[in-house]
Design a protein around this ligand. Structure first.
Ligand SMILES: [Mg+2]
Length: 239
């Protein structure tokens, strides 16, 4: 299965590149979070959330690495505590309950969106493959970054989540393309990279804390420039 879909000599196929959403195309919007807290009458000092963010992400990374707990709640709890917010626990529960309707991950990672647009301009098929809450297409429209994406597959709509290979198969069916040796880009080893590998896709593991792998079909990219370099190495972008 490993070579399924590889380019065959002399046959050109449209490259397929899919992007995860959270922490790949969009990140937690701290200014927006501050406005949501203000709606609840919770004042936060300017820059207090940004100052608290590094420790909150460390906590998140620890739980993700350990595969325990609820990383989203832990991230938010550490963030709000660090920013001196009152009534942390009920506020975190409120934010979590609101997340499907008002997604806090809405700050575009502009260099990654630019890469998606560059790929789309080359004629590649570019799409989003996300474990989300069912309203991702609307969110990407709202924040004006939906334009490069032919298809947006949202696990909350489909009822199948990464790393289940059926969501990767569904993407190819939705794009109407087979045999293109697709590439998935995402920040989660367990969801994005393991899922892509098991579906027979290549992948680019993106974000802080990624480590090199021995698998030539998995590139590790700590920043958007490294993602671009990996796309060049995979032969879907020119240097
Ligand atoms: Mg992600």
């Amino acid at each position: 299965m490993r070579n399924k879909g590889r380019y065959k000599e002399g046959i050109t196929t449209t490259p397929v590149i899919t992007f995860d959403a959270g922490q790949t195309l969009v990140e937690l919007d701290l200014d927006f979070l501050g406005r949501r807290l203000a709606e609840r009458g919770l004042e936060v000092a300017p820059d207090a959330l940004s100052a608290a963010a590094p420790a909150a992400w460390r906590r998140y990374d620890e739980l993700v690495a350990a595969g325990t707990g609820h990383p989203w709640r832990a991230l938010m709890t550490t963030l709000l505590q660090g920013a001196g917010v009152r009534e942390v626990d009920p506020t975190v529960e409120w934010l979590w309950s609101e997340q499907p309707r008002v997604n806090l991950w809405r700050k575009p990672i502009t260099e990654m969106v630019d890469l998606a647009r560059e790929l789309a301009r080359t004629g590649a098929c570019v799409a989003v493959l996300s474990n989300s809450e069912g309203r991702l297409a609307e969110l990407l429209q709202e924040i004006s970054i939906a334009d490069p994406f032919t298809v947006i597959v949202d696990s909350g709509r489909l009822g199948i989540e990464k790393p289940d290979r059926r969501i990767f198969d569904h993407m190819l069916a939705a794009l109407g393309i087979a045999g293109a040796d697709p590439i998935h880009i995402g920040d989660s080893w367990a969801a994005d990279i393991v899922g892509a590998r098991d579906a027979g896709w290549r992948s680019i593991w993106y974000g802080r804390g990624v480590t090199p792998t021995n698998d030539p079909r998995i590139a590790s990219a700590p920043d958007p420039a490294a993602v671009r370099a990996a796309l060049v190495a995979f032969g879907v972008l020119q240097r």
